[in-house]
Design a protein around this ligand. Structure first.
Ligand code: C2E
Ligand code: CA
Ligand code: CA
Length: 510
């Protein structure tokens, strides 16, 4: 069936609506997530750079102290002690200074004369060493800068307190750590040995180009979500808004594309509605005196669709008017070539609905139809069903008057099934009554229906109207109707509806 009010099951339509709403939300969400990741990566990189810069600045001071003291190495501790202390006082961040000779620390700003072996192998690049603490401050890590020249050596130390301060202050939102060789310092100032932890989000390790240390920055697990939920709520609202709009549009588009009207409009544009002809024969001679034009839908997927399945939709949508116009034009184009060969006016029955009678456009359609034929070669008969009576109005009055002037004939279709009154028949200047096939089907079967049929025939005779019996399928029906003076017969007994072109070809063969 080509037309269903719901082209897709409800579930699928709902799913498509949801999907069209969710897709932009999801897409927007992914973009925001990526954006948040980018922001965090950038922030982590900047933090690492800033911390590195600060550490380098501190080390510059520390290194300067060691550089100035190095030439003094080898002199007796009493002689240089003051110079050692002066560096501690003068230079910011420097916590202590020491002199070495032949890898032995022999003089310290803290303890004066001293003696401790200090292998340079523990130092990163022989230069830097992070130490857990010393006997004076066992819980505060510090960084040792060592400078050597032959047997001479100078060491200055940098307090871990300053280092962890930097880690804490610069990396307020970021996790930061300072690594020197196998040791590292976390923001809480504690000393660690071994591999530092991996930061789950946006980890960035930056090695100083000037000193052998590196800084690692990053964020804890779930930071992307935390960042998004604190920074993006207005964008989320916007996304939700777009999602609802997109869902709504998806819903409307589906509704439109699944609407029978749209599908029929498409079919009309694609010229899928085609005329079929069914012969109407003279009852006595059984000679074909005309045709009833029946519409078929040549659907590309469904094949040939019979009129009952789509005419109600076409009537409802108003498309029946252009559809009938198309059928009339096709009929005229096909049949006009034959019109010169008709010795008597050939009857062409076209089905018209009540909708079609609401304006005067039908008059013009009929005028054009008739103009295609040799004058007097055909009789155009409009078939109006009795099932749906036409509301009489000034327009319908005018319409039927003008149709009559054009010589268009009127048949009441499906006669006997509705309630047309005598007045109704007179008003439209009816020429034919088409007896409904349900009465014809009862011939020889149901005596009551036969009685009704007889009264219909009697009524038509009294009104002086010609009669056509529809749905004649058996010889018995044909004989009965002929015996009861029904003028014309139509039904499978004489011919089924066939494509107009085939019908015309068959005419030529006769
Ligand atoms: P209708 O005007 O009463 O047309 C006669 C219907 O009876 C046709 O069905 C025809 O195929 C069928 N028929 C003809 N002879 C026999 C027979 O011996 N036995 C049986 N059982 N049926 C027979 P169809 O073509 O399916 O059309 C159905 C209805 O659709 C038509 O009833 C008419 O009301 C409407 N229709 C068809 N074409 C058009 C059209 O172009 N415009 C409008 N407005 N309505 C149309
Ligand atoms: Ca009809
Ligand atoms: Ca009928």
């Amino acid at each position: 069936m080509p037309l269903k009010t719901n082209a897709h099951p409800r579930g699928i339509r709902l799913a498509v609506t949801l999907l069209s709403g969710l897709l932009p939300i999801l897409l927007g969400f992914v973009i925001l997530y990526m954006q948040a990741e980018r922001v965090l990566r950038l922030s982590s990189q900047q933090t690492a750079e800033e911390a590195t810069r600060q550490f380098e600045l501190m080390l510059d001071n520390t290194a300067q102290a060691a550089r100035e003291l190095l030439p003094l190495a080898g002199q007796s501790c009493i002689d240089v002690n003051l110079a050692l202390r002066e560096q501690v006082t003068r230079r910011p961040f420097v916590r202590s200074t020491n002199l070495l000779w032949d890898d032995t620390l022999y003089c310290s700003s803290l303890f004066g004369d001293y003696h401790e072996k200090m292998a340079s192998g523990d130092y990163a690049n022989g230069q830097l060493l992070l130490i857990k603490g010393n006997p004076v401050t066992p819980d505060t890590a510090f960084l040792v800068y060592r400078l050597s020249d032959g047997k001479r050596g100078a060491m200055s130390t940098l307090d871990g307190y300053h280092l962890s301060n930097i880690l804490r202050l610069i990396g307020r939102q970021t996790l930061l750590l300072l690594q020197v060789g196998p040791h590292w310092l976390s923001a809480d100032g504690s000393f660690h040995e071994g591999d530092p932890p991996e930061f789950p989000v946006a980890q960035n390790t930056l090695a100083s180009s000037r000193y052998p240390f590196s800084v690692t920055a990053g964020f804890p697990e779930g930071e992307v979500w935390r960042y998004m939920s604190s920074e993006y709520p207005p964008l989320f609202s916007l996304l939700l808004f777009f999602g609802v709009i997109a869902g709504f549009i998806g819903h409307v588009i589906q509704k439109r594309s699944s609407s029978p009207t749209l599908e029929m409009q498409r079919a009309l544009d694609a010229a899928e509605f085609v005329p079929y002809f069914q012969p109407v024969v003279h009852a006595l001679s059984k000679k074909c005196t005309g045709v009833e034009v029946l519409m078929r839908w040549n659907h590309p997927k469904e094949g040939l669709v019979s009129a009952d399945l789509f005419i109600p939709f076409a009537e409802h949508s108003g498309l029946i008017v252009p559809m009938t116009r198309s059928i009339m034009q096709q009929t005229a184009r096909l049949l006009a070539r034959k019109s010169a060969s008709f010795d008597e006016p050939f009857h062409v029955g076209i089905n018209i609905t009540a909708n079609h009678c609401q304006d005067l456009a039908l008059v013009e359609d009929c005028r054009q139809f008739l103009a295609a034929f040799a004058p007097g070669s055909i009789h155009l008969v409009l078939e109006l069903t009795e099932r749906k009576l036409i509301e009489p109005s000034a327009i319908t009055h005018q319409l039927f008057e003008q149709l009559h002037e054009l010589g268009v004939m009127i048949a009441i279709d499906d006669f006997g099934t509705g309630h047309s009154s005598l007045g109704y028949l007179r008003q439209f200047n009816v020429d034919f009554l088409k007896i409904d096939q349900s009465f014809v089907a009862m011939i020889g079967i149901d005596t009551l229906s036969s009685h009704i049929l007889e009264s219909i025939i009697e009524l038509a005779a009294k009104l002086d109207l010609a009669m056509v019996a529809e749905g004649v399928e058996t010889q018995e029906q044909s004989d009965y109707l002929t015996a009861h003076n029904v003028n014309y017969l139509q039904g499978y007994l004489f011919g089924r509806p066939i494509p107009a072109a085939d019908f015309i070809n068959a005419l030529s063969d006769d």
